[in-house]
Unconditional design. Structure first.
Length: 423
């Protein structure tokens, strides 16, 4: 009998309890031990708890920490504190820890993994990225023989749902966001999702493992989808592309690029067809080539699936080999200006002679070649101009935008979006 303590009984915590109770017979056959939930930490409240759990409820973390029979502590509280403190104490106490906490792992994973190694215990966090999609363990084990040079994915279901509604149902951003909130896919305050912060934390975790170097969220160049309009979606379609919020990590010649940003993807790109709340992660290694992981990136039971699988792994390895994650390299993380890609730019310009030449001049002065330029309908003397560049250093593109901004009386920059590959 493997006895565990659970910190938190919210959506994921409840799903974890339900999955263990439902599939404990299967679990026992696979790991040769039955999982017993001995204690569950909750905040003091008048909230009614299931009768079967009442004798397991505690309001004190120390009740779990000091219980000698509990070998695995499962943190599903969310947020940085007190989760970080609890995880740190549990590891120092010699307990195995399973967590779904992307904020804690992305910011403090390196420190916590060092403690786990010193105390000869496991710190497992499959559920911190991709919900029920297995990606952390494959990177650590199944793909460990590869030199991974690229990770790229759709890591946030809320933004993917919104962009899918804008693309397939012809809705504008605000309407799609309200629908996502009504359906429970977006929080009342959706900032972390729509600004890209949630995906940036997940990319930091994936990049740290894939490239064996420490990456923190602050190093991830991050843009959200709140500037994307339905017009951009329409123009992307005319270019044979779709717009997705994509997390990109690339390694090349001793440095890595990490960014979360809206991206124009050609419609035949594997990530272009990922719709609704689904997530997908592509990994490219020198031996295996490209592989793709696809599934539900969040939700009660998908996330519980990852949590319980980590619990099983901790129990299976509690007296044997430990699963460590090493960041033995110190690769340079490129600044945004050092990265190279193509760009889509939508401009609003006064429809009069000479305007287009000024725009072209700004690009020419900064060694930017244009692959496509087209002008849309003119309304009240203002035309929309769409420009797509070939690959160019981001710093050159920024300089061109600054030059165009000098003509603000006749030209307005509406949207600038990265292009992955060639359109």
């Amino acid at each position: 009998m493997a006895q565990i303590g659970i910190l938190g009984l919210g959506t994921v915590g409840t799903g974890t309890v339900e999955l263990i109770e439902k599939n404990n017979d299967i679990i026992e056959k696979r790991i040769k031990e039955r999982i017993d939930i001995k204690k569950i930490l909750v905040r003091q409240s008048n909230k009614e708890r299931p009768i079967a759990l009442k004798d397991k409820i505690t309001y004190s973390f120390d009740d779990i920490l000091d219980d000698k029979d509990i070998s695995v502590i499962v943190e599903v509280m969310g947020g940085e504190e007190p989760a970080l403190t609890y995880i740190r104490k549990a590891l120092n106490k010699g307990k195995h820890v399973v967590t779904a906490n992307k904020e804690v792992i992305s910011k403090h994973g390196n420190e916590l993994l060092k403690i786990a190694a010193e105390k000869n215990v496991n710190l497992l966090f499959e559920a911190s990225v991709g919900g029920g999609i297995p990606i952390i363990m494959p990177l650590k084990q199944c793909l460990a023989a590869n030199d991974i040079f690229k990770v790229m994915g759709i890591l946030n279901g809320t933004t993917n749902y919104i962009l899918t509604q804008m693309t397939e149902q012809n809705k504008d951003f605000d309407e799609a966001l309200k629908e996502a909130q009504a359906a429970g896919y977006a929080e009342s305050d959706p900032t972390n999702d729509i600004k890209g912060f949630d995906a940036a934390r997940k990319l930091a975790i994936l990049s740290s493992i894939a490239f064996n170097t420490r990456v923190i969220p602050e190093q991830v160049y991050t843009e959200g989808i709140d500037t994307v309009t339905h017009s951009d979606v329409i123009y992307a379609d005319e270019l044979g592309a779709v717009i997705k919020l994509v997390a990109i990590g690339k390694k090349n010649e001793g440095s890595i690029e990490v960014a979360v940003t809206p991206v124009l993807l050609k419609k035949d790109h594997p990530l272009a067809s990922v719709s609704g709340t689904f997530n997908a992660i592509m990994v490219e290694g020198d031996a295996v080539g490209p592989v793709m992981f696809y599934g539900l990136g969040a939700g009660k039971m998908p996330t519980a699936s990852a949590v319980v699988s980590d619990i099983m792994e901790a129990v299976r390895n509690k007296n044997g080999n430990k699963i460590y994650c090493t960041c033995y390299d110190s690769l340079k993380v490129l600044t945004p200006g050092e990265t190279v890609s193509g760009f889509y730019l939508r401009l609003k310009a006064v429809d009069k002679p000479g305007v287009l030449s000024k725009i072209a001049g700004a690009f020419g002065e900064n060694q930017i070649s244009l692959s496509k330029v087209f002008q849309k309908n003119t309304i009240n003397g203002t035309a929309e101009i769409v420009v797509v560049t070939y690959s160019v250093p981001f710093k050159n593109f920024q300089k061109a935008l600054a030059e165009i901004n000098k003509y603000e009386q006749i030209v307005e920059i509406a949207t600038a979006i990265r292009v992955e590959g060639e359109l």
